[in-house]
Design a protein around this ligand. Structure first.
Ligand SMILES: NC(=O)c1ccc[n+]([C@@H]2O[C@H](COP(=O)([O-])OP(=O)(O)OC[C@H]3O[C@@H](n4cnc5c(N)ncnc54)[C@H](O)[C@@H]3O)[C@@H](O)[C@H]2O)c1
Length: 267
């Protein structure tokens, strides 16, 4: 019960990695708030992953691209649970493919930036007075191995995930005088709805390489090509990494990018 009495907000907690983090934090005793576009699914996850374990939870419909909604979220959670200890900025989209990069439009770049990067700024700004006053708090952002590789098929995504890592370190410096830590997790390859869409795009971008393959087969091929440990990562792998970064054991870790990628970044 490493997170007993802690209150966590997890954006995008209805699906994929977010759901994994919700589940692992609830197992460790945290009260978990999911902020997601998909309220129905958020409620289902709160029931099955949080309340079923005897932990408290709340599902809220929030579009993280709207600063006013993030401000409301922070206020609501403080008024409902008295405080916030952990903020996980997990929402992210992979955007449209662009190879060569001239296929991408300005709108593609704006959308990915609006969803993957700016909400982290909104949330950090909204929560800063609370964390600074309490002189404690944890922020965990979701970067990606894609930020550390030249992702030619998805330039806006690749660039956005490096931006997340960079902004994580800016925030780590800014919050350090208050004892607040800010870290990022950089996952490798995890089978989620995001990856299913990506498989479809890979097939359309390189039809010869992925001819007649199902999305899951494309994913497995990429795992065998990219991951030295030769196995996919799971939402729970990310969940346990987030639990660690949120726990007391990690109190002296800040400004770090924790790769949970089976060694893919070593390529
Ligand atoms: N799946 C992977 O292999 C992988 C690898 C590296 C990094 N990541 C990162 O992990 C994070 C989660 O990815 P995932 O694969 O679980 O994705 P996913 O598509 O399965 O889940 C994303 C969740 O975010 C929610 N969401 C989307 N836009 C939103 C918005 N504007 N406001 C509120 N909620 C919104 C969706 O409803 C969904 O519940 C992303 O930041 C992604 O870039 C994923």
């Amino acid at each position: 019960m490493r997170l007993e009495k802690k209150v966590a907000i997890i954006t995008g907690g209805s699906s994929g990695l977010g759901r994994g983090m919700v589940s692992c934090m609830a197992k460790e005793g945290a009260t978990v708030v999911i902020a997601d576009l998909n309220k129905k699914q958020a409620e289902e996850v709160i029931r099955s992953e949080v309340e079923s374990r005897g932990a408290r939870g709340l599902a809220l419909e929030v579009n993280v691209t709207e600063e006013s909604k993030i401000n409301e979220l922070v206020k609501r959670v403080i008024s409902e649970f008295g405080k916030i200890d952990i903020l996980v900025n997990n929402v992210g989209i992979s955007g449209k493919p662009g190879l060569p990069f001239t296929r991408n439009t300005e709108e593609d770049w704006d959308l990915v930036w609006d969803v993957n990067v700016k909400p982290i700024f909104y949330a950090a700004k909204a929560i800063a007075p609370h964390f600074q006053e309490r002189k404690s708090g944890r922020i965990i952002n979701l970067s990606s191995i894609a930020g550390y590789m030249p992702g030619r098929m998805k330039p806006p995504y690749s660039v956005s995930k490096m931006a997340v890592a960079n902004f994580t370190q800016i925030l780590a410096h800014e919050f350090a005088p208050y004892g607040v830590t800010v870290n990022a997790i950089a996952p490798g390859l995890i089978w989620t709805p995001l990856w299913e869409r990506l498989a479809d795009q890979l097939q359309k971008t390189w039809p010869d390489q992925y001819a007649n393959m199902k999305p899951r087969e494309i994913f497995e091929k990429r795992v065998s090509e990219l991951v030295p440990l030769k196995r996919e990562q799971t939402p729970e792998d990310i969940g346990w990494a987030a639990v660690f970064l949120a726990s007391d054991e990690a109190k002296n870790i800040t400004g770090q990018i924790l790769f949970v990628d089976g060694g893919a970044i070593m390529r």
